[in-house]
Structure formats: structure tokens, C-alpha cells
Design a protein around this ligand. Structure first.
Ligand SMILES: NC(=[NH2+])NCCC[C@H](N)C(=O)O
Length: 618
């Protein structure tokens, strides 16, 4: 009885959504797009505060000149996730977000976690972009806004809240919320103009780095540091400077690079817009992966080039956190150029802000309409055709975050949420490729599947010994050349086990890196054992038959590529500090309470049909 209940409960967590078209609040048709449009869209959504503000923060506190390596690591990890994302999109013949894709392919709980993390990242990223917009605009007009706000609304809670309440950024968020309520959509033309301007300015910054940069800034020593201290303040005061670390190219060691890479992941968030819009191009199998690879490469080159230019122009400990690039131009004596840089930054931040804020109500609406979030959130206000409650709630949450938190605290939270979401996307692809052919528009078992299960059921039950040798045999040499229910289940559990093993390995490597590599007998033995287990389980997955269904894009080198991607993502996640994990834990706690307290019972996939929420119009 208990077993049956547990089984039923488990079944609910992995039930999949049907892909019948649901009426309601969908993304507007993007018209006829080509690969270039996708690239412009991807770059416009991805380049923002990461390259203009975060590069400075990472250089000062985490990696110094090695920030370029951080961007490289974060870029590679995003590219791997991007390829998996492209395949997941290819499996589902409808535009949507990672939430929908995982719901129709893998199951409800996985989809809820992805959706809930995407909401967190949308809210936090919007707050980040708004804060960055405010910093940049403020630096353009001589820091008057921050000075006034600092005097009037200073928050004296160091390490936890921002130094002052940023009303300017708050008003920006309110303005955007208002536009969303009115049903204003993204404009491809505006985004293209802003992206072109942005790329022009970034090229100028990179070029300036080559011309005005000084290679000595990548080899700084204690002597330069004390000299700089005297130069900047006239007496020996290091409070105006960031930490020196050990100087040189990698002043904060390998650990600093890892922390920096985790933070830099934020700079590459946003490319998913290509995958979700890509269904509308004539040649999606070429355009989507190509669009993802090209736009991530452009973003990588931009981040790499800008961080190199920045650290070459200014000693890393002298970089100003709020507006690093304009200050760098002042530092090298090209003062007027800082206005051009600030305008480029404002263009980038605006297009990335729009791309972050606008999809948010669509996602909340989709989850509420599926019954996983409160159905009131899916109510459409007839006059404007928008889900007002969802927009106002998301807008208010974003507003509060913008007011109270510092950009750097928000960034790590976005990176954590996206790293988890992308890891689940990757997991979905890994599992999906080995499942029996599934008709996604109709969750009934296919004929093959029924044939196989009937065949299995009609077989005479073998004894326990024969059964275990059968199982062992099917792990190494599966009897079918196409996936069956059994081989699908083997992969599901193996992939689950692998995620667990990879997480333990990442935790060990993150907690005791020097002990593992210097040959501590216990830790090294554990790490080697884990590696052996991981290899063994990977081989089992590799031996299972893959689905012959032709989809327009397939990730190469399965199962290795998704596993490397999951490992890199988890390894970056475990680099986050305790504060980030506490905030993330609170968010996930609220999410699980909503899902297990409400969503699981109200999901439209429950047997009792419920009226679609969009008919409950206000
Ligand atoms: N879906 C999004 N556009 N999210 C926010 C993107 C943030 C962007 N990568 C930046 O560096 O500022």
C-alpha cells in the first residue's frame, strides 16, 4: 500500500505535459527571421552589466588581470549548456522557454525547478541591469544622484544591503512594469540599433586597450602598490585601493579565478532568447546552433577584450567599481571618450534590460496556467490583454530587490539560478536522447512501447538469479538497437547517479583542492574512486541505444558533452559564497512549498480536468 502511494507520488513528479496549443498570452510572432537576426537578438540580450560593470568588480576582488581567464571559463561552460539547450528546443516543435521544453520532455518537478529558477534570474537580473543603468547614468552626470541618495537614504547594514536606497533604479523598474502592463512588446529594430551601437563602443574600448594599455599592469608588484598608494592620496593609505593579493597576473590564485568564473557566468546569461525565438527561422537546425555559437563567441570576445583592455589600462586595484570603463579612460588621459563609453553602456543595458523584463510575465503566466503557480497569476486583463497580477507581482519584487541590494550580491544569485537551470536542461537532453520514441503531442505510449511492454509482460517471469544476470547483461549489452522503456529507465537512473557523484566530486574539489592535488591519501583515494565510478556509469549510458528520431539539432559526443557541462556548472555553483546559498535556499524553499502545497494538486496534468485559467477573465 505504502509502496503504491510512493510510486504514485513519484509518478506525479515526472508526469509530462501534453503539447496541445493553449490559448492565451503568448509571445508575438517575430516574423521572418534569419541567422543574423538571431545573432543580433542573442548579443543584445546577453551583453550588459556583465561586460560594463562586472568585469571591474571581478578584477578588483577576485582575479585581477586573470579576469580574462574567468570569462574564458564562464564562456566555455555557457557554450556547452547552449548546445544542450539547442537540442532540447529541437525536440519540442513550439516556441517557449526551458520550462515548457522540460515539462513536455522530462517531467513536472524538473520543469517547475527550471521555471522557478528562471523567475528568480529574471527578477534579479532586471534589478542588476536597473542598478547598473543607474550607476552608469549617474557617472555620466557627475555622480550627483548617488551623492544625494547617499545623504538622504543611506543604509547602514554593511555586507548585507546596498550602501544606499537606489530610487533612480527603482523608478526605472516601475516604468518598465508600466510598459508591460500596457502590453508593449519588444521591438526588434530598437534592439538591433542598440546592439550595433554597443558593439561599436566595445570595439573602441578594446582598441583603446591596445593603444593606451601598459603590459606592466599585468605584472604589478608590492612596490607598484605602495607607489600608487602614495600617488593617489599623498600619504600611505590603502583604503582607497582594492586588495593587492600576491600581485602579478593571478593575484588571488586559482581559487580567485574559480570564484571569478562563477560570477562571470552572469555575463553570458541571456543567449537562450535565440533558442526560444529560433523556431521562427526557416532553417532552425542550422540557424539555432549557429546563432548560439556565433553570439556566444561575440560575447566572449567582447568580455575577453574588454577585461583585457580594462586591466591593461588601470592597475586592477585602482579600478573603480561603479563605472570602471569611464574611469579607465580618465585614468589614461582620454577623458572625453568616457562619454561615448557611458552611452554605449546605456544602450547595452537598455536592450538587455528589456530582454530580461519582457519575457518574465510570459513565464509566470505559463506556469500559472499549467496550475503550478497560483492560477490568479494567469488572469488576463481584457482591456490590455496582459496578465496584470503576474506583472505587478514580478515588478514589485524586482523593485524591492533593486532598492535594497548591491549589484554584486544580485549577480551571484542570478548565476547560481541559471547554472542550476542549465544543468537541468542538460540533464533533460541526456535522458531524453535515450528514451523510447515519444510523441510529444500525445503522451500515450507509442505502439512500439506498448508492443515492448506487452512482450515483456507476456514473458515467463525468470528466477531472481536469472533476473539479476539479465539486468547486468542489459547494462553492458542491451538487447535492442532502439531505446526501450527498460533502457530508458536505466539511463534515467544512471544519469541521476552521475549528477550525484559529480556533485560530491565538485564539493570535494572545491573544499579541499590543495589536499586532493597534493596527494592527501584519503581525499585522493575518494576522488579517484569517484572518478572510476563516474567512468563506469558513463560507459553504461554510452552502451544504451539512442533514439533514432531525427531532430534538427543533436548535441555531439553524447553522453560525454552533457556530463562535462553538468560537472563544470556544478563546480562553478559550489564556488558561490554562503550568503548566496542562503538566499538561494530561501527562494527554493518557497518554491518547493508552493509546488508541494499547491502546484502538485492543481496541475492541469491531474486527472480531473480544470477550466483553463485564461477563460477566467477579469
Ligand atoms: N535574460 C537576460 N537577458 N538576462 C540578463 C542578462 C544579463 C547579461 N548577461 C549582462 O551581462 O548584463
Amino acid at each position: 500500500m505504502l509502496c503504491q502511494d510512493v510510486h504514485q507520488f513519484g509518478q506525479r513528479l515526472v508526469r509530462r505535459r501534453l503539447l496541445e496549443p493553449r490559448e492565451g498570452f503568448e509571445r508575438p510572432k517575430a516574423g521572418h527571421l534569419n541567422t543574423l537576426d538571431l545573432v543580433a537578438l542573442g548579443v543584445g540580450s546577453t551583453l550588459g552589466a556583465g561586460v560594463y560593470i562586472l568585469a571591474g568588480e571581478v578584477a578588483v576582488y577576485e582575479a585581477g588581470p586573470a579576469t580574462v581567464i574567468c570569462f574564458f571559463a564562464a564562456g566555455v561552460s555557457t557554450l556547452l549548456s547552449g548546445l544542450c539547450y539547442a537540442e532540447l528546443v529541437a525536440w519540442v516543435p513550439r516556441p517557449g522557454s526551458a520550462y515548457l521544453y522540460s515539462y513536455v520532455t522530462v517531467g513536472e518537478l524538473c520543469a517547475f525547478i527550471i521555471g522557478w529558477n528562471l523567475i528568480l534570474s529574471f527578477v534579479m537580473a532586471t534589478a542588476c541591469e536597473a542598478r547598473a543603468w543607474s550607476y552608469t547614468f549617474d557617472s555620466l552626470i557627475g555622480n550627483h544622484i548617488s551623492q544625494a541618495l547617499q545623504e538622504m537614504f543611506s543604509l547602514n547594514v554593511p555586507y548585507f544591503l546596498a550602501t544606499y536606497v537606489d530610487f533612480f533604479a527603482f523608478v526605472l523598474v516601475l516604468l518598465l512594469t508600466g510598459l508591460l502592463v500596457l502590453g508593449v512588446h519588444e521591438s526588434a529594430l530598437v534592439s538591433k540599433v542598440f546592439t550595433s551601437l554597443n558593439l561599436l563602443v566595445l570595439s573602441f574600448i578594446i582598441l583603446s586597450g591596445f593603444i593606451k594599455g601598459d603590459l606592466h599592469n599585468w605584472k604589478l608588484t608590492n612596490q607598484d602598490y605602495s607607489l600608487n598608494t602614495l600617488n593617489t592620496s599623498g600619504y600611505s593609505d590603502i583604503s582607497s585601493l582594492g586588495p593587492l593579493g600576491s600581485g602579478g597576473f593571478v593575484p588571488f590564485g586559482f581559487e580567485g579565478i574559480l570564484h571569478g568564473a562563477a560570477t562571470c557566468f552572469y555575463a553570458f546569461v541571456g543567449f537562450d532568447v535565440i533558442a526560444t525565438t529560433g523556431g521562427e527561422v526557416p532553417n532552425p537546425h542550422r540557424s539555432i546552433p549557429l546563432g548560439i555559437v556565433i553570439s556566444l563567441s561575440i560575447c566572449f570576445l567582447a568580455c575577453f577584450g574588454v577585461s583585457a583592455a580594462l586591466t591593461l589600462m588601470v592597475p586592477y586595484y585602482q579600478i573603480q567599481l561603479e563605472s570602471p570603463l569611464p574611469q579607465a579612460f580618465l585614468h589614461v588621459g582620454w577623458g572625453p571618450a568616457r562619454y561615448a563609453v557611458a552611452v554605449g553602456a546605456l544602450c547595452a543595458l537598455t536592450s538587455s534590460l528589456l530582454c530580461t523584463m519582457f519575457p518574465m510575465p510570459r513565464l509566470t503566466y505559463a506556469m500559472a496556467e499549467d496550475g503550478l503557480l497560483f492560477r490568479g497569476l494567469a488572469r488576463i486583463y481584457t482591456r490590455t490583454g496582459t496578465p496584470i497580477l503576474a506583472i505587478i507581482l514580478a515588478g514589485s519584487l524586482t523593485g524591492v530587490m533593486t532598492l535594497l541590494f548591491e549589484l554584486s550580491d544580485l549577480v551571484d544569485l542570478v548565476s547560481t539560478a541559471m547554472l542550476l537551470a542549465y544543468s537541468l536542461v542538460t540533464f533533460s537532453v541526456l535522458v531524453l536522447r535515450y528514451q523510447p520514441d515519444q510523441n510529444l503531442s500525445n503522451n500515450e505510449a507509442t505502439e512500439d512501447e506498448i508492443d515492448i511492454s506487452l512482450l515483456e509482460a507476456s514473458r515467463v517471469e525468470p528466477g531472481p538469479e536469472a533476473r539479476s544476470s539479465n539486468i547486468l547483461k542489459s547494462l553492458w549489452r542491451p538487447s535492442n538497437t532502439i531505446p526501450t522503456v527498460k533502457s530508458g529507465q536505466i539511463v534515467y537512473w544512471c544519469a541521476f547517479l552521475l549528477v550525484l557523484l559529480l556533485t560530491i566530486l565538485s564539493l570535494i574539489l572545491a573544499q579541499w583542492p590543495s589536499q586532493v592535488f597534493s596527494g592527501d591519501p584519503v581525499l585522493t583515494a575518494v576522488a579517484v574512486l569517484l572518478l572510476l565510478l563516474i567512468t563506469g556509469v558513463t560507459v553504461i549510458i554510452w552502451r544504451q541505444p539512442q533514439s533514432p528520431t531525427s531532430v534538427y539539432f543533436r548535441v555531439p559526443a553524447l553522453p560525454v558533452l552533457p556530463l562535462v557541462s553538468i560537472f563544470v556548472n556544478v563546480y562553478l555553483m559550489v564556488q558561490m559564497d554562503t550568503g548566496t546559498w542562503v538566499l538561494f535556499g530561501i527562494w527554493m524553499g518557497i518554491g518547493f512549498a508552493i509546488y508541494f502545497g499547491y502546484g502538485i494538486r492543481h496541475s492541469l496534468e491531474n486527472s480531473e480536468p480544470q477550466p483553463p485559467a485564461s477563460t477566467l477573465q477579469t
